[in-house]
Design a protein. Structure first.
Length: 177
C-alpha cells in the first residue's frame, strides 16, 4: 500500500467547538493537506474530528470500530473495519498505522499509547514515528523514560509536542524520509 496512514488515538468525549475536538480537526486537516490518511477508532470525539479534517482535504479516514459499543461510527469515515474484540481492534489500529499520534484521552488512550510503545520497545513491531500532544502525555512519557533508562531499554521512541502543527510536522517529515 503506497498510501501513508497515521493512526490517531484520543478521547471519544469532545464535541465540535471543544478545544480537544478542534485540535484533532486541525490535525486531520493538516495531515490530509499533506497527502496523509488517518486511521482512528472510528467513533465520535477526537476520532470524528480527525476523520472530518482528513476527508475534507481529500484524504482517507479509516475507522476501526468495536461492535460491542452500541454507537454510530463517524459519518466521515471512508472505510470502516468492524471488530468483535478490543484486542482485534487494537491490532488493526497498530497494523494500519505507518505512524502514531496520541491526543488527549483517558485510560483507553493510555492503553493504546502503552501498547504501541511496548510493541516498539520489545521489537514486536518495527519502529515507527510516534508522537504525543499535550502536557498529560508529556508528564507520563517523561516519567516512563526515566524508568526505561534505569532498565537500560530503548528510550526516545515517543516524542512529545505542545503544538499540534509541530507534532504533525514531526510525523510528516519522518514519513517522507
Amino acid at each position: 500500500m503506497g498510501q501513508k496512514f497515521v493512526t490517531v488515538f484520543g478521547s471519544s468525549i469532545p464535541k465540535p467547538g471543544d478545544e480537544e475536538y478542534e485540535i484533532a480537526y486541525k490535525l486531520g486537516s493538516y495531515l490530509g493537506k499533506n497527502g496523509i490518511n488517518v486511521c482512528s477508532g472510528g467513533f465520535q470525539g477526537v476520532m470524528d474530528a480527525v476523520s472530518k479534517g482528513a476527508v475534507e482535504n481529500n484524504a482517507h479516514a479509516v475507522g476501526v470500530t468495536l461492535d460491542i459499543y452500541n454507537v454510530q461510527p463517524s459519518r466521515y469515515l471512508t472505510k470502516e473495519i468492524r471488530c468483535h474484540t478490543l484486542f482485534d481492534r487494537l491490532s488493526n489500529l497498530v497494523e494500519i498505522g505507518n505512524a502514531y499520534i496520541v491526543l488527549q484521552g483517558g485510560t483507553g488512550t493510555m492503553l493504546e499509547l502503552a501498547l504501541v510503545w511496548e510493541y516498539m520497545n520489545k521489537n514486536m513491531i518495527t519502529e515507527k514515528p510516534f508522537a504525543c500532544h499535550g502536557t498529560l502525555w508529556k508528564n507520563i512519557v517523561d516519567g516512563m523514560e526515566k524508568q526505561i533508562l534505569a532498565e537500560k531499554r530503548k528510550n526516545g521512541l515517543v516524542q512529545c509536542f505542545d503544538d499540534i502543527y509541530d507534532c504533525a510536522d514531526f510525523i510528516i517529515k519522518k514519513l517522507n524520509l
